[in-house]
Write a new protein. Structure first.
Length: 197
């Protein structure tokens, strides 16, 4: 039994090594989209930030919707002092109730993100909740893709938020859709500090 297992694993190892040897480095930063109705889109992006910082890469964050909402991740990265962070949204759209203000905030946030992408100063930029801004047509998917096209070769970008536009998903190198299976909110449990924010 163990000899059979060892033979199967050796065969699998050989196939995997062959596959990896055929892969190519695109020599440019990748575009990742984290979308879907499930939780974890931003959290996953923040995990990638930790990974990038582990490699001493330069990271920036532009938040589109969350406003001045106090979050654990923002407090952590502020203490760390190694992430350029711009929170430019004014809160959830149902809180602001002012479409013109929401559009202006989203466009200002994207202008900042585009400036950072083009600067050549960053290895990774996270545009947190930008998909929501596109969903409500505060910024166009065409403008976002044009900004991604204009980014410095060095810079990878993660775009988060529900309802990512199909054109963005087609453009991206990686798209992950978070699926909600169960959520405590539906059981009447409010958001928990340290888990949800």
């Amino acid at each position: 039994m163990s000899d059979d297992h060892k033979a199967k694993m050796q065969e699998r190892q050989t196939a995997q090594r062959k596959k990896v040897s055929e892969l190519q480095d695109p020599e440019k930063g990748l575009v990742l989209v984290h979308t879907g109705a499930g939780k974890g889109k931003s959290s996953s992006a923040f995990g990638v930030i930790v990974r990038a910082l582990g490699w001493k890469q330069k990271v920036g964050v532009v938040q589109f919707i969350k406003g001045k909402w106090k979050t654990g991740e923002r407090q952590f990265f502020d203490r760390l002092g190694e992430v350029t962070w711009h929170t430019m949204g004014e809160g959830f759209t149902w809180n602001t109730q002012d479409k013109d203000r929401d559009i202006a905030a989203a466009q200002a946030a994207f202008a900042k993100g585009r400036e950072m992408m083009e600067s050549g100063d960053y290895d990774l930029i996270v545009m947190d909740e930008i998909n929501i801004a596109m969903r409500y047509d505060y910024i166009s998917v065409e403008d976002v893709i044009a900004g991604l096209e204009a980014r410095d070769k060095r810079t990878g970008v993660i775009l988060t938020g529900r309802d990512a536009k199909p054109e963005l998903c087609e453009y991206a190198d990686l798209v992950t859709e978070m699926t909600e299976v169960k959520h405590p909110f539906k059981a009447g449990i409010k958001a928990q500090r340290g888990v949800d924010y």
